[in-house]
Ligand binder design. Structure first.
Ligand SMILES: [Zn+2]
Length: 246
């Protein structure tokens, strides 16, 4: 804002632009009618430029994505796609950041607070995923059973989905019926095999997330969607995006 005003000042002072600029004829008539002299016009233009710049600054939209560490710093990160420890065997994310829509991050913070009251917590495996990474995944594994076709996109591309598990007070992951991203019946919500403890942990995670409005899918115990996830458009903002709160 200050810069724009300084530039405007220099341009007017050195007559880089005529004094009537940027006023069109009707504005010139108005100014002439007001009996404003050249330097009065200059000062008025300067004040107007300040006003416009200030208005633009106030009207800046909220960031589309926020870093969960800024909202709920006790949530643990294990962002698998930022490592080779994932089903593609390739590092797909340039940065290990959990970005989410602000409303989704706030909701997840409530789940974390609920769990901390029970000496538990969350550990996230995946959050927002840029659409370009979805395309790369599809190139590596072009199978709709495992990867969402980038033509329609993944819910993770909308910043409205999260993959996670439970941890205890020491940060150790609680045993679950399957591994993360294990595409087998053991990952299904209705899987009745394994030990009672793993099934209880799975159900505890479901209860905690659904209590705060998230919804689950029947084939992946780790995946949850925020309410109205369809209303968030697909994004291809890089994980290093400057507009994400740090
Ligand atoms: Zn997921």
């Amino acid at each position: 804002m200050l810069l724009s005003s300084v530039i405007a000042s220099i341009m007017f002072k050195h007559r880089v632009v005529p004094l009537q600029w940027p006023l069109n004829r009707s504005w010139q008539h108005l100014f002439n009618g007001l009996g404003l002299r050249s330097w009065s016009r200059f000062w008025l233009a300067l004040v107007l430029s300040f006003g416009v710049a200030l208005g633009a600054a106030i009207a800046l939209p909220a960031p589309e994505l926020v870093d969960i560490q800024a909202i709920a710093p006790t949530i643990q990160l294990d962002l698998r796609y930022a490592t080779t420890n994932n089903f593609t065997g390739q590092k797909l994310y340039a940065q290990a950041r959990c970005l989410l829509r602000p409303q989704v991050a706030t909701r997840l913070a409530l789940v974390q607070a609920d769990l901390e009251a029970k000496q538990l917590g969350l550990k996230v495996f995946d959050c927002y995923r840029p659409l370009s990474v979805q395309k790369r995944m599809w190139e590596l594994v072009p199978d709709a059973n495992y990867v969402a076709d980038p033509k329609s996109g993944s819910r993770h591309n909308r910043g409205s989905a999260v993959d996670l598990t439970l941890v205890d007070r020491q940060g150790h992951a609680l045993p679950m019926p399957s591994e993360f991203d294990e595409f087998s019946p053991r990952s299904h919500l209705d899987y009745q095999g394994g030990t009672p403890t793993t099934r209880q942990n799975r159900d505890l995670l479901q209860t905690a997330m659904l209590k705060r409005g998230f919804t689950s899918i029947p084939t992946e115990w780790w995946h949850f969607d925020a309410p109205n996830w369809q209303s968030y458009p697909l994004l291809d903002i890089p994980l290093s995006a400057g507009n994400a709160w740090h």
